[in-house]
Every structure is written in C-alpha cells, then in structure tokens.
Write a protein that binds this ligand. Structure first.
Ligand code: NAD
Length: 357
C-alpha cells in the first residue's frame, strides 16, 4: 500500500506509527482533520491480520470521526488510534501507559477514549501519561442514556420528514436490540410518547426487562424485519440494512442507534429509491460523542442531554439538503459535514497573536 497516496486520497493530516518494545506496544494514531478542533476518537485494540489492515482501519475510522463531530456541531476534529494485538491480554498497564505516552507526544492534537477492545480502566492507565484522554471511570459515565435521547429526538425528526408530524403516540416502533441504548430508547418511546413497541434481542433476559418496563410485544430475532409497523430502530448490529433485510421492511422510517447500519452505500440509495426515510447512523447516534465532549468541558449530564436533543434540528437540516440536492440522506449528511468544515476553514486565514486560545 502506498500510505502517502492513501492519506492524500482520504485527506488525512497526519498518521503516526508508534512502538514500545518492552511492553509489546504497537500503535497507529491517525489524525484526519483538525479544522474544527483537536481530533477526538477512541482507541481500538484488535488483532489485525496485517499492518495494512490496521492502518486502513485507523484511516477509515478517523475520517468517520471528522464527519461525526462536524454534524454534531462540536469544535472537534476527527482522529482514531489502533493498538495491534490480542485484546484479551491481562497485563495492560505498561501497554496503555505506552499508548498514553504516544498520545502525549501529539501535544493535544489528538484526544483518545475507549473503543472496541478497550475499557475505562485502560483509559485510567493512559491518563497516567497524558491529559488528552476522556471516557474515564467516574466522570461522564455510561453514555447510553444520552445516546438514546439523541436517537429518540432524531427519530422524531425523521417522523416529521416522513409523515409531517413528529408525534409518535400512534406509531409502532420495531426495536432490534434491548441492550444499553435499546432499553433507554424503549423507555423514552413508552414514557414520553406512548408509542407501541415490538422488540427483539438474542438475549432473552434483556427482552424480558424491556417487556416488563414498557408492555412491549416481543418477537424472535429473525422476525423483526417483516413486522407490520412504522419505524424500524436498529440498536444492535452493523450492516443490518442489506440485500436480505431491505425487501422485508414494511416500515416508512429507519432510525436507530447502531453503528454502520448500511451494509454498503448502495443500500442507502435503495432505501431512498423505495421512498423510506433513513436517519444516517453517525448523526442520530452522536449523543455518545456529545457525552464524552461534555466530560472534557465538565458539562452536567443534563447539558449533554440537551445538546444531544439538537440532533432533531440536524436531522431536519439533512433532510432539507437531501430534498434541495435530490440525494439520499446518507449523502446529505456527508455534505452537511463538509460544508461546515469548509466554512470554518475559511476563518483560519484570520491571523491570531501567538498564545491566543
Ligand atoms: P449493547 O451490547 O448493550 O446492546 C446490543 C444488544 O444487541 C445486546 O443486548 C445484544 O444481545 C443484542 N443483539 C446482538 N445480536 C443481535 C441480533 N442478531 N438480534 C437482536 N439483538 C441482537 O450495545 P449498546 O451500547 O446498546 O450499543 C448498541 C449499538 O449502538 C452498537 O452498534 C453501538 O456501536 C452503537 N452505539 C452505542 C452508543 C452508546 O452510547 N452505547 C453510542 C453510539 C453508538
């Protein structure tokens, strides 16, 4: 792979390869774009098959973070880091302190957090070496209530676009996944809207707890797609909007918290062609990022929740761009992100005295 060509292709600013032999640490830190602010994105710990696979993952994920922060209206850029290795490893202190030192060398251009294969306790080790880490134990805590609130508000915006009203009291929502985000979303939909819920999960205990709390009806995991209803809310798996599932959907709106819902971009085109209203995943689930941003700025949980509620207006803006330019919503979200970054990039020509914040 020609790394420089790949960086230029995806418009990355900086990629740093790091190694600390005594701890067995090998990491890659990718900074995509810092126009809006320091690059924030978690650390993924994964047994990549090759350096190339790890690098491409870091490049792809960091670029996604630029878009996510941009549409969330935060003064953050996009970054991501990966540590190559077995994430079940139990001796973690030296490894994560080595990572913390690598993050520290960037002087705040990159802020890390937990991601797949890492936990808040790993971030405690990172914190021993650098201040540029968030998502720490005992601070902002579980992001799921804030994420679910953003998903709930984004769902209301999608309903408004589709039916002309954001009132969900007469809607039936098909909820896939009753985990951290799913159970909070079910609670908001039941308590605040009185929506009818049809739910599923591979874990029967989690289904039971949502059914007990909300009076939802439960169905087997494979049956959720074909249920009669208005809104499908994926809150479990990625790539669940695909060639097999889209033909089964009878709903008009798809709005849920799961990451990477479209198996491929062409599935976003297909939903658009079918006249279904899709809520782009990285927009509607950006409450998780807003929660860690709130930790950096010492926000109260209520302030983070209020900010996540603004996802409602962001979604409406995305549907407006979709209508304006005649493009699917997933493309409109990308356009909104690029327009914001470009608008702020223009300001950088204004000279500031040294030391100005
Ligand atoms: P979770 O692990 O708590 O919940 C996921 C649930 O999905 C689990 O209960 C699991 O049993 C269930 N599940 C797995 N396979 C399934 C299947 N085939 N059918 C039905 N259910 C299945 O995770 P979470 O924190 O609730 O996150 C859910 C999704 O939202 C993930 O894609 C995650 O990346 C994304 N997300 C979460 C947050 C957050 O704040 N937690 C923020 C942004 C995005």
């Amino acid at each position: 792979m020609d790394l420089i060509a790949k960086m230029q292709d995806l418009n990355h600013e900086q990629v740093v390869f790091c190694s600390e032999p005594s701890s067995g640490y090998v990491g890659i830190i990718a900074i995509h774009d810092t126009t809006l602010g320091p690059a924030l994105g978690g650390t993924r710990f994964w047994n990549y098959a090759s350096t190339e696979e790890a690098t491409i993952d870091a490049l792809r994920l960091s670029r996604g973070m630029t878009y996510k922060a941009a549409v969330a209206g935060l003064d953050l850029g996009g970054g991501k880091s990966v540590i190559i290795g077995d994430n079940r490893r139990t001796d973690r202190e030296a490894l994560f302190r080595a990572h913390g030192r690598a993050v520290e060398t960037l002087g705040g251009r990159y802020i890390t957090a937990e991601d797949v294969g890492t936990s808040p306790s790993d971030m405690t080790y990172v914190r021993f070496e650098t201040e540029h880490v968030t998502g720490l134990t005992g601070l902002s805590g579980d992001p799921s209530p804030v994420t679910a609130h953003g998903v709930y508000m984004g769902m209301k915006a999608a309903a408004k676009k589709h039916w002309g009203t954001d009132d969900l009291s007469s809607r039936t929502v098909l909820l896939q996944g009753c985990g951290n985000v799913g159970h909070w979303l079910a609670k908001y939909l039941h308590d605040l809207e009185g929506a009818k819920l049809i739910v599923t999960d591979v874990d029967e205990g989690k289904v039971r707890s949502v059914v007990d709390a909300t009076g939802a009806t439960s169905v087997a995991p494979d049956d959720i797609y074909s249920q009669e209803g208005d809104i499908f809310a994926p809150c479990a798996l990625g790539a669940i909007l695909n060639d097999d599932t889209i033909p089964l959907l009878k709903v008009g709106v798809i709005a849920g918290g799961a990451n990477n819902q479209l198996a491929e971009e062409r599935h976003g085109d297909e939903l658009y062609r079918l006249g279904k209203t899709y809520a782009p995943d990285y927009v509607i689930n950006s409450g998780g990022l807003i929660n860690v941003y709130g930790e950096i700025h010492r926000w109260s949980p209520d302030r983070a929740k209020t900010k996540a509620g603004e996802i409602y207006y962001t979604m409406l803006k995305i549907y407006q761009i979709s209508g304006r330019d005649g493009i699917p919503s997933y493309q409109a979200a990308g356009r909104l992100a690029v327009e914001r970054v470009q608008a702020v990039r223009g300001l950088k020509s204004m000279w500031l005295p040294r030391g100005c914040p």
